[in-house]
Design a protein around this ligand. Sequence first.
Ligand SMILES: *Cc1c(COP(=O)(O)O)cnc(C)c1O
Length: 418
Amino acid sequence: MMSDTRAEIFEELEPEPRLLMGPGPVDVYPRVLRAMSVPLQGQFDPQFTGYMTQTMALYRQVFRTGNPWTFMIDGSARAGIEAALASLIVPGDKVLVLVFGRFGHLLAEIARRSRADVVLLETEWGTIVDPQRVAEAVKRERPKLVATCQGDTSTTVLQPLADIGRICRENDALLYVDCTASLAGNPFETDAWCIDVASAGLQKCLSGPPGIAPITIGPRAEEVITARKHYEAGIKPADAVDGNGPIIQSNYFDLGMLMDYWGPRRLNHHTEAASMLYAARECARVVLGEGLDKGIARHRTSSAALRAGLTAMGLELFGDAENRMANVTGVTIPRAIRDPDAVRSQMLEDFGIEIGTSFGPLHGKIWRIGTMGYVCRKQNVLRCLASLEQVLRRNGLTVPAGAGVDAAADAYAAAAKA
Ligand SMILES: *Cc1c(COP(=O)(O)O)cnc(C)c1O
């Protein structure tokens, strides 16, 4: 039995420094870490509500939208997914989900929990869903909502979206996109692509901590949400207000209540996660300060250099070459490697670099290497290639000495000249 006097208080936190080159989370921008340590305020302090309003304005720019309803859901990226789906789906609604990897299945699961009638449009992992198939399925199934990811880190593939929003508009369906994995590292156009709701997280290309989910809600989705009943927290807690439609089951994820909280009414809902709000605000300031397009180009250059290096080492890249995300690279695990997990743990233990494993049908078949946000820079790509060469050789693979680093350095030099 442990007595009070001997209860352990453990040591002060002192995590080993790591270079996070997996599919996320990734290293956080130092400016964002600093923003998280400034004094906290209450969510009705006028200065703090000012920061909330600024954060909304910043994420309109990140999402490239004019949507007034652009704000934060407190929780990891799936909190944004859950808020969107729980607030849009009335039990019995038909929802078409594009599945090209693990996160498509997550969307389907959350839609089913909201008691939607879910229809899957699946494709082999590593490929995209052909927009023509989406058009046919939307015409055949007549869903109220189409849900998809843009980038699915599980397969490293980027679904083209430009046509899908138009298909949805023409057929009177809403479009929800989870752009967690891709936002700020790949082009994303909420308004130009006719996306009704999109949500994300900070821990990928925005290079912040996991724990808050930016979301944007367009006018067609707003109409669906406000047509449903919700409570006015703190005012008429027992009374459902507004629309006649069925009440949104969740309190935490009720976008109607969250609009009352973030909007001019400022009705109390939850206690805003102040440090996370600061983090989200600073992530957007870093990304917009660099320039969204410049940041996207930086992701493109680094992934091209990494891929040139991996290819020069004799490794094969995974997934549809035409539709790869610019921030995570899938590498086929060579047959000569008996123990793929030993490679990852040696990368971590001997070189301090985390790279990713994979799930489901790709388990044991690919590693995933991320180049996102703060991590996405030449020094890290070269360090990763040099370390990987060493580890692969120790695990029995013949790798041409220095070829990976040389090819990547050449790719960076060529990009600098172009
Ligand atoms: C990484 C990722 C997430 C992360 O979700 P969390 O709830 O923050 O773990 C969500 N969606 C996609 C497509 C991702 O790649």
